[in-house]
Design a protein around this ligand. Sequence first.
Ligand SMILES: Nc1ncnc2c1ncn2[C@@H]1O[C@H](COP(=O)(O)OP(=O)(O)OP(=O)(O)O)[C@@H](O)[C@H]1O
Ligand SMILES: [Mg+2]
Length: 288
Amino acid sequence: MLFKIENLTHEYSDGTLALNDVTVAFNRAERIALLGANGSGKTTLLNHLNGILKPTHGRIFFDDNPLQYDAKSLLALRRRVGFVFQDPNDQLFAPTVKQDVAFGPLNLGYTSEHVKMLVDEALTTVGMLEYVDKPPHFLSGGQKKRVALAGVLAMQPEVIIMDEPTSSLDPIVTSDILHLLLRLNKENGLTLLLATHDVDIVPLFADKLYILNKGEIVSEGSPKKSFSNAELIRKVNLRSPRIAHLFEVLKKEDNLSIVDEFPLTISEARREILRLIDEAVREAKKNV
Ligand SMILES: Nc1ncnc2c1ncn2[C@@H]1O[C@H](COP(=O)(O)OP(=O)(O)OP(=O)(O)O)[C@@H](O)[C@H]1O
Ligand SMILES: [Mg+2]
């Protein structure tokens, strides 16, 4: 277990109960999605994993050690756990893009050549190299998000936590960044934990899906399994991915014999459509 969260409750100072007795564990190299409607507690949960927030009750372990909140321990944790905030304005602070991305690696004591290499590589990866000398506050929302991710990539962490990774990103950048994260997961065993309410991107990267509702985890399992519970999905103010919804309609309205766990991605949908065509052709041949 990389992260173990035991009976985590968080109550904000105004009395809001944002998390209520959450117990969950995340494995190394997993690709985890945390899905929930606005206000369900996603950001609150993630902010506990790098020590921005402290539990009101409960305990958090990273690599079998309880989280410690002194500056040295937090620095050591954040070296291994990279965090991309929901709002990049909370993350970017240096006068230029280059200085912002270099900040983490410089703090690790690397040589300036090595830092430059890491910064160039990270900015190239997110397609922002041409903006190295620009002040971050002059960038667009999506560009800021990409620079914030570059700052995390340059640290080469073991875990990347992204809060709403795709909000404010255009479709091509979204797809490029998801592909990059999946590659790092496959090649380097990077653990991915992404919080989102974008149901359509969940099946594209997650092998494990947790659904949060009103501060509690109400579903845990593969995206296939969780999205097949249409009643629960509706109850927690979410919806199925559009592809699954199409198959739900084809089954209910058009009486097609669709598999019980609906396809969630284009490739799964393609397979199911070809299977249906094949079935129909066989049936037609039988009746000739
Ligand atoms: N600093 C705070 N003080 C008081 N209440 C807060 C604070 N931050 C969040 N909350 C409340 O805690 C609950 C959970 O908020 P949180 O930001 O974790 O939700 P979320 O799932 O990330 O939502 P979103 O999808 O909108 O980002 C909400 O009811 C919110 O109003
Ligand atoms: Mg949030």
